[in-house]
Structures are given as C-alpha cells and as structure tokens.
Design a protein around this ligand. Structure first.
Ligand SMILES: [Zn+2]
Length: 207
C-alpha cells in the first residue's frame, strides 16, 4: 500500500546515511558523529561500476582463450583452456564434474556480467523496469558472487583429476590470473553500485 504524499526516499526528507558509522544525518556535509563526508548518493557510483564491469568483460577473453592449466606428463607439456578442460572431462566420462566446471567457470561469470550490465543499463538509461525485480536481481548476483572462489578451486581439483595416476606436474597457466581478475572485477563492480539508484528509478517511473 502506498502510504501518502511523502516519498519513501530519505533524500526527499533531507535524510542521508553516513557511510562511516551508519548514522542518519539531516542535510550536512560531514557526519556530526564520525566526521565522514556524507553524500545523498555515493559519488560516481555508476562510473566506477561501468569501468570495473568493462574491465571484467575484457579479462574474460584471455581467461577463456589462454590455457588455464599446464600439465607436464613424462616430459611432455600439455595446456588446457577452460573449454578444452571441460571437453577432456566429458571424454574421461566425468560428466558430473564437467557440468560443475561449466557452471562455475563459464555460466556464472557470464551470468554475472550480463546481470550487472542489465542493472547498470537500467540505471544509466533510466529504463522503466520494476524496481522490485531489479533489487531481487541484484541480490541474486550478489549471492552468486559469494561462491565465485569456487571456480578457481574447482579448476585446481580438475587439473589434478584429469591426469590422476600418471601426473608429474600440474600448475596454473596464464588464464588462471585473468580468471581471478574476472571474479575480482565483477565483485567490485557489484559492490560499487549504489543500490539507492534503483530506488530513484521507480521514483522516476511514478512521475
Ligand atoms: Zn558518521
């Protein structure tokens, strides 16, 4: 139920949340409690988020095209990309693990990038999308992010599984670094979005 003529946003009542101590302050430049600078919306939130997201998009290419594991087996060095690793797993009849690697290493990062792009586009272009759904969407992306560390962990296990028994030496190849960067930058992008910008969006809708 929509209450009354009052907006539900603090910004319309001159309320601002201090990011330093979570104090609610009324129109001021500095928090009276902890002297942190207060802004009604985090400054340059969108620019930071776009820049971090674009970095992640650029990093996802070398992460997939460069080899992610280097395996030296009886003097012969072999390289696997994420994709060829998944194929090897399927060929070795380890379909279950192949599916986990596919979800953790390809599906989740791509979904995160696409999801963040939709949220950023909605805010940047002030698209008329439901604020409620965008918030749910944002929480899903944030939730997925918590499991991102799994990706590299899975790849590490897989590298040793594939060559189990005759393994001499397995180590991460260049793509592993890029892969970690993708995880890091998508996570930072999600964190730098000021979610209150989504609340402003519905405000625009109601005008
Ligand atoms: Zn404060």
């Amino acid at each position: 139920m929509k209450s009354n003529s009052f907006s539900e946003r603090g910004i319309d009542r001159n309320w601002t949340l201090c990011r330093g101590c979570h104090n609610i302050v009324v129109v001021t430049d500095y928090c009276p409690r902890c002297h942190t600078r207060v802004d009604p919306r985090r400054p340059h939130s969108l620019q930071y988020a776009w820049a971090l997201l674009l970095t992640a998009v650029i990093m996802i290419f070398p992460a997939n095209f460069y080899p992610i594991t280097q395996v030296t087996n009886q003097g012969v060095t072999g390289y696997d990309t994420i994709f060829s690793g998944i194929i090897s797993l399927v060929e070795s009849e380890m379909v279950g693990i192949a599916i986990i690697v596919f979800i953790a290493s390809i599906l989740v990062p791509v979904m995160k990038i696409v999801g963040l792009s939709i949220i950023l586009l909605a805010v940047t272009l002030k698209l008329r999308l439901s604020r409620r759904w965008l918030m749910i969407f944002y929480h899903v992306i944030e939730f997925i992010g918590r499991w991102s560390m799994l990706d590299l962990f899975v790849i590490g296990i897989v590298a040793s599984l594939i060559n189990m028994g005759q393994l001499l030496d397995a180590k991460p190849a260049p793509a592993a670094t890029f892969f970690a960067m993708v995880i890091l930058f998508t996570q930072l992008a999600a964190k730098s979005i000021d979610t209150r910008l989504l609340w402003d969006l519905e405000y625009h809708d109601e005008q």
